[in-house]
Write a protein that binds this ligand. Structure first.
Ligand code: PRX
Length: 677
């Protein structure tokens, strides 16, 4: 498979480049206060004790009705956890904390403009705001349990408030990353069958107040063409009482939340007790086709898993101030800004803008101002902060006890800067490997129990039993020193339930490859394929090498090469398109886009720009190709398959290898001259 070869080429280098590292140990001070210090947890979560071991996670939550069956496998591989249980996610994240913590800050909102004050929303205020907005959703929009609603919100406190209001009613939210385009939002509206879209007029990013409302207009227009009418667009205002977008409101369709909300002031809505296996939200992610997949996450299992991992891996105590820098539009934000931290009564930070604006000290100033002591970010942000201000952290008075890295492999030298400069040598680091599909962490160290090893995520989490297969299905034993396809042997409560509306794709993509018996109702026959390549060291620590499929990880964000290619193919001149990942110092990877033209079309000024714009319109700026190369022909096998491996090598300034067996080897030299000069 050509795509796979690309991964092998670039990852082989990583393997050579990254030597095994020494262990780093947590301080006695950290261990003394940690939530989980009992090594026997790994025994309690051994496979022999599966699935009953996960009862301990369910017991971190409050249930209206306690469940009777911990794991129902009758519809394998669609697993149902905590069956018979009734629960409400908003109740667990808000109401239950009021008795002891109503005056504690639940959400710190940090606006981008320096002159604006931080907002500190207590659990009591969060309770009031969630109730009022839930009343509006129910009575003004007519939403009820099981309905889907699309959110296209930026990083503002109104985003978790909206999510929790939905959860209170049992309405399934589908938050689309704020940086995605209107078209991308439309695809998700159509697929989820939403008739309500919730957005915001504007938000700040890098010094500009962006008109965000315009994306809602595109989204509604495109969705309507696909047969999905949006009846209502609810528009939060970045500055309540003042409409900040240039795009006008559409009469009858658009409603400013702040105009409608006063009708519901003081409203209290009883949380709806939902079956544990009822969907809580959809999170769309990229896969191997042009169509994003709506990962469907459950209420009880998901919440139990993110609450437990927030408590034991993030080591969150109610007195901690916790800042995860991710965007809530990605799974990291859902699990580890909103649901996990709030379920364990943290103060969680929601910040607007980017870490590097207005200056290199922004992150450390926020940490100092709010006395953040748990910090969570991605290698891309660490690389960028290190580049623009290696000395900056020293200038600020903050102390982290705990730090996380997530989303991409972290180079050991970047890890060490994070440890020494950002963590000031005091904080533990957890490298958490997981995915949109998995709801929560798969591999990580438990920070007070297992030492850290730069560049390795660590062993499977308690109750997560990894297994690495080669392409033929043989198990690669621990310490084999070979990379293979990492799978999880058993289900776990945080795992997604299916792909929204496409069970067949769910089974095919995640379970078919290593399934032992497609008729089986036994979970042992259904290893979960993660789509990552990994090696397991003799100590059981897992090092993730990257994707084995057509997914590119740009700045820790997942992009499907097929989605980018489909967008390029919408340009009338374009006949063929191929995307390959190019190594980037800060972002990890960037997409390079190769296109060839239909007969009769010539390269003209502005064509590359037109193709690039088409990609940004279809997906968003994060998918913008580093470069659009317009080539006469693509290098192809004799059977006509585009050799992405060859293009990948050329883009990365590497040797393309033996190309003599190609149908058109001459084109390789021509492209090399174009790309490498
Ligand atoms: O390739 C792995 C990489 O990110 C992919 C999942 O992306 P997404 O669904 O967007 O979720 C990101 C947040 C969890 C994985 O298949 N990945 C994630 N975490 C790590 C990682 N690669 C290496 N190390 C990690 N810690």
């Amino acid at each position: 498979m050509a795509e796979k070869e690309i991964v092998e080429t670039s990852e082989a280098q990583i393997a050579v480049h990254w030597q095994e590292e020494a262990y780093f140990h947590p301080s006695a001070r950290f261990i003394a206060q940690a939530n989980m210090t009992d090594e026997a947890i790994y025994d309690r979560f051994r496979l022999e004790n599966f699935p009953n071991c996960f009862k301990a996670y369910a017991d971190l939550l409050d249930w209206y009705e306690y469940w009777h069956t911990i794991l129902d496998t009758s519809d394998a591989p669609c697993w149902k956890w905590f069956v018979g249980g009734k629960i409400n996610a908003a109740y667990n994240c808000v109401d239950r904390h009021l008795a002891r913590h109503k005056n504690k800050t639940a959400i710190h909102f940090v606006p981008e403009p320096m002159g604006e004050k931080y907002e500190h929303i207590t659990y009591q205020t969060l309770y009031v705001r969630v109730n009022e907005f839930a009343a509006l959703l129910r009575d003004f929009c007519g939403l009820k349990a099981g309905d889907r609603v699309t959110l296209h919100l930026p990083m503002v406190a109104e985003l978790p408030i909206t999510m929790l209001a939905c959860a209170r009613l049992g309405v399934i939210h589908s938050q689309v990353f704020g940086g995605f385009s209107g078209q991308a939002c439309a695809d998700r509206i159509v697929d989820s069958g939403s008739r309500v879209l919730i957005t915001m007029d504007a938000y700040w990013r890098g010094g500009t107040l962006l008109d965000h409302k315009k994306n809602a207009d595109v989204a509604c227009e495109v969705a309507a063409k696909q047969g999905r009418a949006v009846d209502k667009v609810l528009v939060w205002q970045r500055y309540p009482g003042k409409y900040s977008a240039a795009t006008p409101l559409v009469p009858d369709r658009d409603h400013v939340v702040n105009d409608v909300l006063p009708k519901y002031y003081g409203a209290r809505i009883d949380p709806v007790p939902m079956p544990a296996e009822a969907p809580l939200f959809l999170m769309y992610t990229s896969g191997t086709t042009g169509k994003p997949k709506g990962c469907q996450h459950s209420t009880g299992g998901y919440l139990a898993y993110v609450a437990a991992t927030s408590k034991y891996v993030q080591d969150i105590h109610p007195e901690d101030v916790y800042w995860c820098m991710a965007d809530i539009g990605w799974i990291t934000g859902h699990s580890y800004i909103v649901y996990g931290p709030l379920a364990v009564c943290a103060s969680t930070v929601v910040y607007e803008g980017v870490p590097t604006f207005p200056d290199a000290g922004r992150s450390w100033r926020i940490a100092q101002d709010l006395d953040v002591n748990i910090f969570h970010t991605a290698p891309t942000a660490i690389r960028a902060l290190r580049k623009i201000g290696p000395e900056e952290p020293r200038k600020y008075n903050y102390h982290f006890k705990h730090m996380t890295t997530v989303g991409e492999p972290i180079e050991p030298e970047v890890w060490r800067w994070y440890y020494n400069e950002v963590g000031k040598g005091e904080a533990v680091i957890v490298d958490t490997w997981w995915q949109t599909e998995t709801g929560g962490f798969l591999c990580s160290t438990l920070p007070a129990i297992k030492p850290m090893k730069p560049g390795s995520a660590g062993p499977g989490m308690p109750g997560i039993h990894t297994i690495i297969y080669d392409d033929e299905g043989h198990v690669l034993p621990q310490g084999a020193g070979k990379a293979g396809n990492i799978c999880i042997q058993n289900p776990w409560p945080g795992a997604f339930q299916t792909i929204w509306g496409d069970r067949e794709r769910y089974v095919r993509q995640y379970y078919e490859r290593y399934c032992k018996d497609p008729q089986s109702k036994d979970w042992r026959d259904w290893p979960y394929l993660t789509g990552d390549a990994a090696v397991e060291a003799p100590d059981g620590y897992i090092r993730i090498l990257g994707r084995i499929d057509d997914v590119i990880n740009v700045s820790g964000h997942r992009l499907g090469t097929k989605e980018i290619e489909s967008a390029a193919l919408m340009v009338p001149e374009v006949a063929e398109a191929a995307v390959v990942p190019v190594a980037h110092e800060i972002k990890g990877k960037e997409p390079d886009l190769y296109v060839s033209l239909k007969p009769g079309f010539e390269v003209h000024d502005g064509l590359a720009r037109k193709v690039s714009d088409a990609v940004c319109d279809a997906i968003g700026k994060i998918a913008k190709p580093r470069k659009v190369w317009i080539v006469k022909d693509m290098p192809k096998t004799r059977s006509g398959k585009i050799m992405r491996r060859v293009l990948g090598a050329l883009s990365n300034n590497q040797d393309a290898g033996d190309v003599t067996t190609l149908a058109n080897p001459d084109i390789v030299d021509e492209i090399r001259r174009m790309v490498q000069g």
